[in-house]
Design a protein around this ligand. Structure first.
Ligand code: NAP
Length: 321
């Protein structure tokens, strides 16, 4: 089968599309014929081993996972002896964060992995882009138990995590103020945001409003800058480590201060329940993944370079086969 392989850390140019032996499913696995996958920011971190701490997960000297790609949509081609949930021919989608390997023509996933049958209304491209950003956004919104009557700012609302965050926050009934740049204002409004602020023209921290939460989905804001826009007891939730790892440090520090405004930096967990929840939202018309560009597997280097501009809108899909 064809796969995007890397055997050393480095720039996107270390990726090569090569023939490799196809995987075969263990008793508790399904073999998926991949139709679509994505390149996301986690793949970029795993490939470059940046920040350095990534090597704890990706391998100290060389990559443990030589084929990257975590999100997948495709068709079950074979099932292991003990698999009961899936059958050959099922259209499935999910995220293989434990083993990666979806930037390839075939991948094996555990039956218990975050995998579900696809909502019938979705294309493979859409299904491939549905899980990672949404699960990351869900991690934060569930952490604070976001609910109706609360006010949240989603900063970086046009990214993969931010665009899912806006839709999920609306599902939970919150009042959503989404922040993005001028070209993405209409897209973000179409995701259901109550208020859209173009950060090239206005600054939400100086408009006199206060919010229960600021969800910095791109890690480009800071607790220091938005602290006064939070109600007492409110939280700045951030997806990135920040300069000198300040965000996990501030999260630890502020967690000890009662009734103080807090920084939250929760670690995500990828579960089957979360993919099933995303499927429900899609079927209810409450969530639709945003796709920016599609690239064939052969163009994985260009796709990755584009993701690394940090300017993608939603998700970058890799079409396979
Ligand atoms: N915690 C975790 O486990 C985890 C896992 C994966 C990724 N991450 C982190 O999550 C963050 C976002 O990932 P993502 O994939 O959602 O990002 P993304 O899709 O790459 O975000 C791109 C968007 O960011 C916006 N943007 C760029 N510069 C900006 C700025 N200065 N201010 C505000 N918005 C800006 C751009 O829109 P505009 O032009 O509209 O600004 C663009 O649409 C990254 O920092 C990544 O490291 C965390």
């Amino acid at each position: 089968m064809k796969a995007a392989v890397h055997t050393r850390y480095g720039s996107p140019d270390v990726l090569r599309v090569e023939e490799v032996p196809p995987p075969s499913p263990a008793d508790d696995e399904v073999l998926i014929l991949v139709h679509a996958s994505t390149v996301n920011r986690t793949d970029c971190g795993m490939r470059s081993a940046k920040p350095f701490i990534t090597r704890f997960f990706s391998g100290w000297r060389r990559p443990k996972h030589q084929i990257l790609g975590s999100e997948v949509a495709g068709v079950v081609e074979a099932v292991g002896a003990s698999v009961t949930e899936f059958r050959v021919g099922d259209r499935v989608f999910g995220v293989n964060m434990a083993d990666y390997g979806t930037n390839a023509e075939h991948v094996c996933m555990k039956e218990r992995a975050p995998l579900a049958t696809m909502p019938p209304t979705l294309t493979f491209d859409e299904a491939a882009a549905a899980t990672d950003g949404a699960i990351l956004a869900m991690t934060y919104l569930r952490r604070v138990g976001l609910h109706a009557g609360q006010r949240i700012v989603v900063y970086g609302a046009s990214g993969a995590i931010g665009s899912a965050g806006v839709q999920l926050a609306k599902h939970y009934g919150a009042h959503v103020t989404a922040v993005c740049s001028t070209p993405n204002v209409e897209l973000v409004r179409s995701l259901g945001a109550d208020v859209v602020i173009d950060y090239l023209r206005d600054d939400f921290t100086t408009n006199g409003e206060t919010y229960d939460f600021v969800f910095d989905a791109v890690g480009k804001h800071s607790f220091r800058r938005c602290r006064r826009s939070l109600v007492p007891g409110g939280a700045y939730m951030v997806t990135d480590l920040g300069f000198l790892w300040q965000n996990p440090f501030l999260a630890l520090l502020t967690s000890r201060l009662r009734r103080h405004r807090k920084v939250l930096f929760p670690l995500p967990s990828y579960t089957k329940e979360k993919v099933a929840f995303i499927k429900q939202l899609i079927e209810a018309g409450e969530f639709k993944p945003v796709i920016d560009r599609r690239y064939p597997l052969a163009d994985i280097v260009e796709a990755t370079k584009y993701v690394e501009t940090q300017q993608k809108v939603g998700n970058v899909v890799i079409t396979v086969g």
